[in-house]
Write a protein that binds this ligand. Structure first.
Ligand code: F6P
Length: 367
């Protein structure tokens, strides 16, 4: 089919590489097919409000290295269940999906590129079922999407976390302290595991393996007895103690996003350790620093490949799909097969085996 006018939106939390995708879609659509590109602002909110901007080769010329998204994004604007805070503080939920479809039709678009994580792609799939020709593009620092080997944004976040660990090693060694770094990832341990291995962590605690505090203490004591009185611990925000629950900075209830905010497990772990050993413990929570800044070269290339491939897929009329990385290729997978799925670190993965085989403690007896 021919494409004359295509739309693109970015949804969910921002990450490095979103602008690389926007630029690639704009350039491929304009250069290959002479199509006009409309950027929908603020994620799906822009489909409700009709707020858009035209994207051109010229207007996107300097954004490849830019962090964030020039279109803006939100992780609370699901048009099917739009949550608004009323004057009395209560949260009201409305279905604006019909309005969003109207906007899409009024904009006279041949296709909508939906760039996002699991939540955003799920909404994209619902719109596909309502008749909008959607093609998804996978992003998230968490790397927790089914169907793709990597999401863009992940490798940059891993690099940021690894750099932070390198710096914490300095204070750990100088002061003989236990240094804890808490990283993002929601219920997946990909960032913690990869950055922990890259940064030489001695203990890595991930959501997929509930930790036993006595194993953590034993590892620290073993290191101390062996002449290394400092230890570096990488912990994922979604990690939890055996038999315990995740530590939440805020409960889902009452939040506009309707999802809980994770955070604080690093401080909990520090308290547990300090109770049992006489070493000083310090916790750093890396937070949104992992999502910001310029994408590394891997994420620039991945974002560009996904964007360019998605445009070709639109011309072939392959809607209801997501462009995905199956190393070494970019392929299409059905959005239907991804709905509601989250990819955590498999317990039998080589990454886990690799970490334990070199003596990294994962909070359990090594397998
Ligand atoms: O999904 C990406 C992510 O950064 C998670 O790792 C984290 O738990 C969450 O988003 C934080 O969301 P927010 O920006 O709403 O605090």
């Amino acid at each position: 089919m021919t494409i004359k006018r295509v739309g693109i939106l970015t949804g969910g939390g921002d990450c490095s590489g979103l602008n690389a995708v926007i630029r690639a879609v704009t350039r491929a659509a304009a250069i290959q097919y002479g199509a006009q590109v409309i950027g929908i602002e603020g994620g799906f909110e822009g489909l409700i409000s009709g707020q858009t901007q035209e994207l051109t080769v010229k207007s996107t010329k300097d954004i490849l290295t830019l962090g964030g998204t020039i279109l803006g994004t939100t992780n609370k604007g699901n048009p099917f269940q739009y949550r608004e805070r009323m004057e009395d503080g209560a949260v009201k939920t409305t279905d604006y999906s019909g309005k969003a479809v109207e906007t899409f039709n009024r904009l006279n678009l041949d296709c909508l590129f939906v760039v996002g994580g699991e939540g955003t792609l799920e909404i994209g799939y619902q719109f596909f079922k309502k008749g909008i020709p959607v093609i998804g593009i996978p992003k998230t620092i968490d790397n927790d999407l089914e169907g793709t080997d990597y999401t863009f944004g992940f490798q940059t976040a891993v690099q940021v976390a690894c750099d932070a660990l390198d710096r914490l090693q300095t204070t750990g060694r100088s002061h003989d302290r236990v240094m804890i770094l808490e990283v993002m990832g929601r219920n997946a341990g990909w960032i913690a595991l990869e950055a922990g291995i890259a940064g030489g962590a001695h203990i890595i605690l991930i959501p997929e393996i509930e930790y036993d505090i006595q194993n953590v203490i034993r590892k620290i004591m073993l290191r101390k007895k062996g002449g290394s009185p400092f230890s570096i611990i990488m912990i994922a925000e979604g990690a939890k103690e055996r038999g315990g629950t995740t530590v939440k900075a805020e409960e889902a209830q009452g939040r506009l996003q309707g999802v809980e905010k994770l955070g604080g497990i690093g401080f909990h772990l520090a308290r547990q350790i300090e109770k049992q050993i006489d070493l000083e413990v310090r916790t750093t929570v890396l937070g949104h620093i992992q999502r910001g800044g310029s994408p590394n070269s891997f994420d620039r290339v991945l974002g560009t490949r996904l964007g360019s491939f998605a445009v070709d897929a639109a011309v072939q009329g392959k809607f209801g799909t997501m462009a995905a990385l199956k190393i070494p290729d970019i392929v299409l997978v059905d959005l239907r097969d991804l709905a509601g799925k989250v990819r955590t670190v498999p317990l039998d993965s080589q990454l886990i085996r690799c970490a334990e085989s070199i003596g990294i403690n994962l909070g359990r007896e090594a397998m």
